[in-house]
Design a protein around this ligand. Structure first.
Ligand SMILES: *Cc1c(COP(=O)(O)O)cnc(C)c1O
Length: 366
């Protein structure tokens, strides 16, 4: 691994800090089932994320899948294909039909001007994705949702700690699902959370994450199991102590990349969105071969020969996955298809040395 630079590197507390945090689990032998670590992390995250209601789950995917299930939806869901497998899978695994909307060419989130033309009498919800930490046009989406009585569930996996106009991003829509996977800005090793408006929806999600069990002899629903365990919650409690510093260090990396790559012909960077407190989750770069001279794949290849692993994220579009190819057509979302073919997310994590950022930019520009 020496000298190899991966696209990300998980944030971890000091070994001693984690050991100290899990010590009392050996006193109680309470390792899972909503113990004290689970409660503590949930309460702290509610404050940190500025959420109205929040529950923890095993991972971001189950947060999304069970939230959609808890809404008891049927029919069509408007979403985007420029995302991680999880978003589309969560819709399809609920027996719902995804209807793919194209994305904006600047922030890569759903193009709200194209949503209404996709609405039919079968449409029940919109599942937009806050891509790379860029937020969707939450106001336009809510207007459309209100007009047609649609639910809105955000895939907020990339937007831990992001705020819009001073409000936590989890306050928008009916629910927002966060991922605390090891590779994300904030991690609990594996983990996730849902922020939601309606307390009854929250109860339904809780039932689904715990077999529908409500008492030692009372089972009220056909639930699954998606409880976050105490060791993961403990990791979250530790990582949350350092999150502001971690995000600040990410900011320095992003600023260095921006200094080096901004204004170069054929290289497009993500814009800073107005009114948004960012989390510096990813550094996506879109290459235009006609202007830049080299394609995304050329650049990725060159970086790789130097031991630097950038990621073609998101490529391919979910509509081009083997499991979906015959059902959907990625040509229906030409902007998403084009971005997906030309985007590269560069290595970004809190402890990435600025000299390495310079080296990466040097390789790209040479
Ligand atoms: C990571 C991610 C998920 C899934 O989260 P997990 O915690 O890995 O289950 C969902 N959507 C997007 C956009 C993601 O990046």
């Amino acid at each position: 691994m020496n000298g190899i630079i991966q696209v990300t590197r998980s944030s971890m507390p000091d070994y001693e800090e984690y050991i100290d945090e899990i010590k009392d689990i050996w006193d109680t032998h309470w390792m899972t089932n909503m113990g004290s670590k689970h409660r503590e992390l949930r309460d702290k995250l509610k404050v940190y994320l500025d959420a109205e209601n929040l529950d923890l789950l095993t991972n971001g995917h189950m947060a999304l899948e069970l939230t959609l299930q808890a809404m008891k939806l049927s029919g069509e869901v408007i979403t985007t294909p420029f995302t991680f497998a999880s978003t589309t899978h969560a819709i399809v695994r609920n027996g719902l039909t995804p209807v793919f909307c194209d994305i904006n060419s600047d922030d890569y989130t759903i193009n709200t001007k194209k949503i209404e033309s996709l609405i039919t009498e079968k449409t029940c919800a919109i599942v937009p994705v806050h891509v790379y930490g860029n937020i969707c046009d939450v106001e336009a989406i809510q207007k459309i949702a209100d007009k047609y009585s649609l639910k809105v569930v955000y895939d907020a996996a990339h937007t831990f700690g992001v705020a819009y106009k001073g409000r936590g991003i989890g306050l928008f829509g009916d629910a927002s699902c966060f991922s605390f996977h090891a590779t994300k800005v904030f991690n609990t090793i594996e983990g996730g959370a849902v922020c939601f408006k309606d307390k009854a929806l929250g109860e339904e999600i809780y039932n689904l994450k715990n077999f529908g069990i409500q008492g030692s002899e009372k089972v009220v629903g056909v639930g699954a199991n998606a409880k976050m365990n105490e060791f993961c919650a403990a990791m979250g409690i530790c990582n949350l102590r350092h999150i502001d510093r971690e995000i600040d260090k990410r900011k320095r990396v992003v600023e260095r990349y921006t200094e080096r790559l901004n204004g170069i012909g054929g290289i497009k960077l993500s814009p800073q969105q107005e009114g948004v407190k960012p989390n510096y989750a990813y550094f996506p770069v879109v290459f235009d071969k006609k202007v830049f001279g080299k394609s995304r794949d050329d650049v990725a290849q060159q970086l790789e020969t130097e031991g630097i692993f950038a990621r073609k994220y998101f490529y391919p579009l979910t509509t081009d996955f083997d499991c979906y190819r015959d059902k959907f057509n990625s040509e229906d979302t030409p902007v998403a298809l084009n971005i997906s073919k030309n985007v590269l997310t560069l290595p970004l994590y809190a402890d990435l040395p600025l000299e390495t950022v310079d080296k990466i930019c040097g390789i790209i520009l040479s």
